[in-house]
Design a protein around this ligand. Structure first.
Ligand SMILES: C[S@@+](CC[C@H](N)C(=O)[O-])C[C@H]1O[C@@H](n2cnc3c(N)ncnc32)[C@H](O)[C@@H]1O
Length: 321
């Protein structure tokens, strides 16, 4: 019987909705105001993210794809046939096809908060890899995940692409990597995509594209409040803002209030002055050595560091110590 995963507790749709309401109330009550970026990804948010990955300014997906096209065999050389691949924040699972194409995996468990992205990806992958057992899990990968059922003989390999680890500050990233290590077990391996430090202009353009797709993605958080929570909020009175915080080495995305106004949501009313912001996402940029040190502090040894020709992005193979 293959490895399977369960989230503890499970996340039925209605439970996720009230979780969104609770996060909005907490985030708009805090100072400075902030919302967790995982709430970007409802069906519309996942669609917009896919559009972002095709933008000329968004080098991340192209660079990571190029690395995996040339390096998947190398990264997976020690993986026994019949292994399980567990992906954290799988989205469309496009890059995953480059790992699944190796033929080494018998089971694929994509995990994502976006049920529509998971369902679309699973349907496509079932057509392309009919012999692969695909067991998607709608869950928050920061939750307490457990392997259930009899674990097969091969250990599980984790895949965490897309620079999603960059959404976590170094302390939370360390804690998350430690939990992933515990989940994947003593011979665990993790293939992880890490965005690298580079010049400010290139970074800012990737999160503030000329066509305004990233702005629509950011504003979708407010649109989602309207759709899911019946919020009263004027989308035209907020603007997308991107900045690079050089001291912390992170891109920040904010929603800026363009005028004095209120957001009414979940029975509460929040006043905004003109210029007041909601911090909606951070994306930490690393050096390969700095990320290897962070991973080491979470119990992972770095086995391989692959980069693209321009050294924009790194895919690293980690093994549990
Ligand atoms: C930056 S996108 C990357 C998508 C895809 N892996 C890629 O590389 O293109 C982040 C993905 O992780 C998912 N995600 C974000 N936070 C999550 C969380 N806490 N638990 C589960 N999925 C999450 C989002 O729904 C989205 O699909």
């Amino acid at each position: 019987m293959p490895v399977s995963l369960s989230a503890v507790p499970p996340h039925p749709e209605d439970c996720r909705l009230s979780e969104f309401a609770a996060a909005v109330l907490e985030g708009l009550s805090s100072s400075p105001r902030a919302l967790p970026c995982r709430f970007f990804y409802d069906a519309r948010g996942s669609e917009l993210f896919e559009a972002i990955t095709r933008l000329p300014e968004y080098y991340l997906t192209r660079a990571e794809t190029a690395i995996l096209e040339g390096g998947a065999e190398d990264l997976l050389a020690s993986v026994e046939p019949g292994a399980t691949l567990i992906e954290f924040g799988s989205g469309s699972s496009r890059k995953t096809e480059l790992l699944l194409g190796s033929g080494r995996f018998a089971v694929y468990t994509p995990i994502d908060v976006s049920s529509t992205a998971l369902a679309d990806a699973a349907a496509r992958l079932r057509r392309r890899f009919p012999a692969l057992a695909i067991t998607p899990l709608v869950a928050d990968f920061t939750a307490d995940l457990r392997l259930t059922g009899a674990c097969g003989t091969a250990p599980a390999v984790g895949f965490f692409p897309g620079s999603t680890i960059g959404n976590f500050n170094p302390w939370d990233a360390r804690a998350l990597l430690r939990r992933m290590g515990a989940l994947l077990g003593p011979d665990g391996r993790l293939v992880i995509g890490v965005d690298l430090r580079k010049d400010r202009e290139r970074l800012i353009a990737a999160y503030n594209d000329a066509a305004g797709v990233t702005a629509a993605f950011n504003l979708n958080l407010l649109a989602r409040m309207r759709r899911d929570l019946d919020a009263r909020v004027d989308l035209d009175a907020f603007a997308h803002r991107t900045l690079y915080n050089e001291t912390l080495g992170r891109i920040e995305m904010h929603l800026v209030s363009l005028a004095p106004q209120r957001i009414d949501v979940a029975g509460q009313s929040f006043a905004f002055a003109a210029g007041e912001t909601i911090h909606t996402e951070s994306s930490y940029k690393h050096t390969p050595e700095g990320f290897a040190a962070l991973a080491a502090a979470a119990g992972w040894r770095t086995r391989r560091i692959l980069t693209d020709d321009e050294k924009l992005f790194a895919v690293m193979l980690l093994e549990t110590d």
